[in-house]
Design a protein around this ligand. Structure first.
Ligand code: ADP
Length: 190
């Protein structure tokens, strides 16, 4: 068995308010509890630092996602698990991230909360602003969201809790050899 921890990227994608950050936070905390390394690249946080100044045109969105993919790849190839939680609305751009990081390490997680549910939650008040036209180019309202065609994991948040969604992600990681079934990270105790 390898003495190295495996690098992988949990690439969350979904509408604003779908639950990406909420579920990512739980997965991060649980991985830390197991003694894993973990880095999180949250879309909102990245936009205040690495991608400060970028807007929401297709070009700027693609640049933002390409930067996230670039950093995620640097980490994952050094055996650091990474969580990305950005809308990442364009299929082609997500596929480019997959190609860079490698199919064996790229785990696409579609947080498939419906637009109706996201808009009903409107935790950040953004949908109301998008509907009134105060915010332009808002994903799902006035900008496209291209659903993944073949994601490794699809999460339904309507009718299940964020903890249950995190359970599904851990089941995937264990079933696919990213974690041992004992709950220990592969090689972590070596
Ligand atoms: P995103 O990162 O996708 O924009 P957030 O995680 O910031 O979304 O917000 C999702 C909101 O939906 C939070 O207020 C969260 O409490 C709520 N929510 C309700 N049910 C769920 C669920 N099952 N999973 C995740 N979030 C949920």
């Amino acid at each position: 068995m390898s003495t190295e921890q495996k690098g992988f990227v949990l690439w969350f994608t979904g509408l604003s308010g779908a639950g990406k950050t909420t579920i990512a936070d739980i997965v991060e905390a649980r991985l830390r509890d197991r003694g894993s390394k973990i880095e999180v690249l949250d879309g909102d946080v990245v936009r205040t630092h690495l991608s400060k100044g970028l807007g929401f045109s297709r070009e700027d969105r693609d640049t933002n996602i390409a930067r996230i993919a670039f950093v995620a790849n640097l980490l994952a190839r050094n055996e650091v698990p990474v969580i990305t939680a950005a809308i990442s609305p364009y299929r082609e751009t997500r596929d480019a991230a997959r190609e860079l990081i490698g199919d064996d390490k790229f785990i696409e997680i579609h947080v498939a909360t419906s637009l109706e549910a996201c808009e009903a939650r409107d935790t950040k008040g953004l949908y109301a602003k998008a509907r009134s036209g105060e915010i332009k180019e808002f994903t799902g309202i006035s900008d496209p969201y291209e659903e993944p065609l073949n994601p490794e994991i699809t999460i339904q948040t309507e009718g299940s809790t964020a903890d249950e969604s995190a359970d599904e992600i851990f089941a995937y990681l264990e079933a696919n050899g990213f974690l041992t079934t004992a709950g220990e990270l592969e090689g972590a105790a070596a």
